[in-house]
Design a protein around this ligand. Structure first.
Ligand code: SF4
Ligand code: SF4
Length: 128
């Protein structure tokens, strides 16, 4: 047998051996799935992101005057301080200090709603 013919025969033999090995491999085990759980959306893990939004006072809920500002059109809004957050927000706890008297808009801002998620993403670096 010529060297070239022997080489071809060796290559064929190697391929057949490799294929036979593949066919005799044990069935692959199922790769276990690991459920990735999104962190829960709660105000307690949020830096009060929504309390940077402009809050118009459209009803009287008893917000103290010192927390009320006037916008360019003469409407009443929650006063915001230089850091951008509402004046009624406790900077240490990031909790509303007038929760029982908070404006209607704040009451209707729903935790976990699309607006909430959007605000949280907008200032992700502010998370505590
Ligand atoms: S943005 Fe959402 S999670 Fe954060 S304080 Fe507001 S309602 Fe709560
Ligand atoms: S009134 Fe309270 S809930 Fe509303 S924006 Fe200010 S701190 Fe947040």
């Amino acid at each position: 047998m010529s060297p070239a013919a022997r080489l071809r025969q060796n290559v064929r033999q190697s391929v057949h051996t490799a294929m036979a090995r593949c066919l005799t491999l044990p069935a692959m085990n199922t790769i276990p799935l690991t459920e990735i759980v999104e962190p829960a959306v709660t105000c307690s893990t949020c830096a009060a992101c929504c309390c940077q939004l402009e809050v118009m006072l459209i009803t009287d809920t008893g917000v103290p005057d010192r927390f009320i500002d006037t916008d360019d059109w003469g409407g009443e809004v929650m006063l915001r301080l230089d850091d951008g957050w509402c004046a009624a927000l406790d900077r240490d706890t990031m909790m509303c200090t007038i929760y029982e008297k908070r404006p209607l808009i704040c009451r209707e801002f729903e935790m976990g709603a699309p607006e909430c998620i959007e605000e949280r993403q907008g200032i992700a670096t502010a998370y505590r």
